[in-house]
Design a protein around this ligand. Structure first.
Ligand code: ZN
Length: 88
């Protein structure tokens, strides 16, 4: 962890939720279809957390570094695609 990174850790924790489309965000890597680069700090990522009970993708996500919250405007689409591949 370098000094630059420490500066942004948690800095957006109390900022208002930002509306985004998951499909518009940059992929972190090719093998993770859900993980997206944080468009606010550019250093963290959004991991698409799931509801512990239903395992459904959550509409509200949080950057793992700057703690900015995001609302996925295309959450319905994400869930629909998610269930296609879901094998309990
Ligand atoms: Zn961030």
């Amino acid at each position: 962890m370098n000094g630059e990174l420490e500066e942004v850790v948690g800095e957006n924790f109390l900022k208002p939720i930002v509306d985004v489309r998951h499909s518009d965000l940059e992929d972190v890597s090719e093998d993770s279809e859900y993980k997206k680069e944080c468009p606010v700090c550019g250093q963290g990522m959004l991991v698409c957390s799931r509801d512990q009970m239903t395992m459904e993708l959550k509409e509200i996500d949080r950057c793992v570094v700057c703690a900015q919250r995001f609302r996925y405007l295309d959450i319905d689409e994400m869930r629909k695609n998610d269930w296609v591949d879901y094998n309990p």
